[in-house]
Design a binder for this molecule. Structure first.
Ligand SMILES: Cc1ncc(COP(=O)(O)O)c(C=O)c1O
Length: 470
């Protein structure tokens, strides 16, 4: 029987027998996200059963999480004030929906708070459960907007190489990674792919400022090739987190904004990773100096204490939709779930009262940047990119020639595994590493991450040398 006894909760401590049982059920029955099920049969799943502050732990291990989960647990794990918020709201009202003009205090307060912070005029906010849902909501709203404007043929969404926008049927089709599209046959006639502002891999000798403008112009050229009268929107992450924290040159975003405005195309800024402080600004759009028409928020909105996402539309778009859309036939059972909304409000309150966003800009962010940049001259490192508490480390065979090791060498995965053996989790994403630690991380924990990384890089470099590859 694959059941704990009726009425049992997961006990406070897992003994060996229960651990083995749970791992067995998991390997057999759990279809994990982004996992080859065969890996679960080769080795037992990595069972984590506690998390506190910046650390995750399980039987016999405690690991410093330099990823804040998946770039989301920004205020750190296991906070009593968040647990108390969840308990209080669950007792007070548990759930009620927001369909058909019903409201509750938590959804109302969160919409107002986000609209205040977003700086997008009299913005309106729709709540979903994931970044994927929020992106798909915004695409539907962009299509509704152009239909109201008498231009129903404006449907094409321009996305970019290396993008990650989600796992829904449409949001996955927006991704830059071809296999995520091809494995399910998701190619969509309303999506066109353009290049990314990936200086290290794509700049062909251009200096960053020149390349930033050229990369934005390339999206402009894509709009022209499709025909601006057919393009609804450009969707883009301010920093492409999942693909290696690709930080565009400063010239990129203002130019892309101008191009979109001139060509009459909406700009959707996917701030699922960067929103709510990651770069040391509440939103990365403020750091880069542009104003989108629409913005996607998730992860850091509640620090992943509960699932919630926000699809934000500017005052101008909201007004057009308000005027003529009529019934908005879209929504999820748990849109603006009271517990999630209350946790998001409490999370924002913590970010503010503990000064966590300012701390990234003026204290821990610069410290983190200095520590990461010390690795820049390592023979395995091509480039170190840092903004706030977000870092991408480019792995290169030759920094100057910008050559890579063959993907099948899995150099990045070997480095991340070597870090894990030293008690630090970061993420390998294909000849690049990503780090985005919780905002509460201390200097000595940054030192621990940097030391583990240095040793891991040394170890893998030595192995490559020994085998004659370096
Ligand atoms: C930029 C970006 N957009 C969208 C998503 C999808 O969010 P979710 O996994 O909550 O659907 C992610 C997830 O990593 C993301 O990084």
């Amino acid at each position: 029987m694959n059941q704990l006894k009726a009425g049992d909760m997961i006990p406070d401590t897992l003994d060996e027998t229960l651990t083995a049982k749970l791992q067995g059920w998991d390997a057999q029955h759990h279809l994990h996200p982004f996992t080859d099920t065969q890996t679960l049969t080769k080795a037992p799943p990595f069972l984590i059963d506690r998390a506190e502050g910046c650390y995750i732990s399980g039987a016999g291990f405690r690991i410093l999480d330099a990823m804040a989960g998946l770039g989301c647990v920004n205020i750190g794990y296991g906070r009593a004030d968040m647990a108390e918020t969840a308990r209080a709201v669950t007792e007070r009202m548990t759930y009620y929906h927001n369909f058909a003009a019903v409201a509750h205090p938590y959804g109302a307060a969160l919409a107002g708070t986000i609209a205040d912070k977003a700086g997008m005029g009299q913005a309106r906010v729709f709540f979903g459960n994931s970044g994927s849902e929020a992106n798909e909501t915004l695409v539907k709203l962009a299509w509704a907007y152009w239909r109201i404007k008498g231009k129903p043929e404006k449907r094409m969404i321009i996305t970019r190489d290396y993008a990650y926008h989600g796992s829904g049927i449409f949001s996955a089709a927006l991704n830059g990674n071809r296999s995520m599209i091809d494995n399910f046959g998701l190619e969509h006639p309303d999506i066109a792919h353009g290049p990314a502002p990936y200086w290290f891999r794509c700049s062909e000798g251009m200096a960053p400022p020149e390349f930033g403008e050229a990369a934005a112009d390339a999206i402009g050229a894509k709009i022209d090739a499709v025909g601006a009268d057919k393009v609804a929107a450009v969707i883009a992450e301010p920093i492409q987190g999942t693909a290696g924290a690709i930080i565009p040159p400063k010239t990129y975003w203002p130019r892309l904004e101008t191009i979109c405005r001139e060509k009459g195309v909406l700009l959707i800024s996917d701030e699922v990773v960067t929103g709510f402080g990651r770069t040391g600004h509440w939103f990365a759009k403020d750091a880069f100096g542009y104003t989108p028409d629409m913005m996607t928020l998730a992860k850091g909105l509640s620090s992943a204490y509960a699932p919630i996402s926000a699809a934000v539309i500017s005052g101008e778009i909201a007004e057009v939709l308000h005027g003529e859309m009529g019934l908005f036939q879209h929504g999820y059972t748990t849109s603006a779930h009271p517990v999630s909304a209350a946790l998001a409000l409490k999370n924002i309150d913590i970010l503010e009262s503990e000064g966590l966003v300012n701390r990234i800009r003026s204290d821990i962010g610069p410290y983190f940047e200095t520590a990461m940049r010390r690795l820049e001259m390592h023979p395995l490192v091509g480039e170190v990119r840092v903004m706030g508490l977000m870092c991408g480390i480019e792995i290169a065979k030759d920094r100057r020639a910008r050559t890579q090791y063959p993907a099948e060498f899995l150099v990045d995965e070997h480095i991340s595994n070597a870090c894990l053996r030293r008690g630090v989790i970061l993420r390998a994403v294909g000849n690049a590493l990503v780090l985005c630690p919780p905002f509460i991380i201390k200097q000595k924990e940054v030192d621990t991450i940097a030391a583990a990384l240095k040793e891991a890089l040394d170890e893998i470099y030595a192995a490559l040398k020994e085998q004659g590859y370096a």
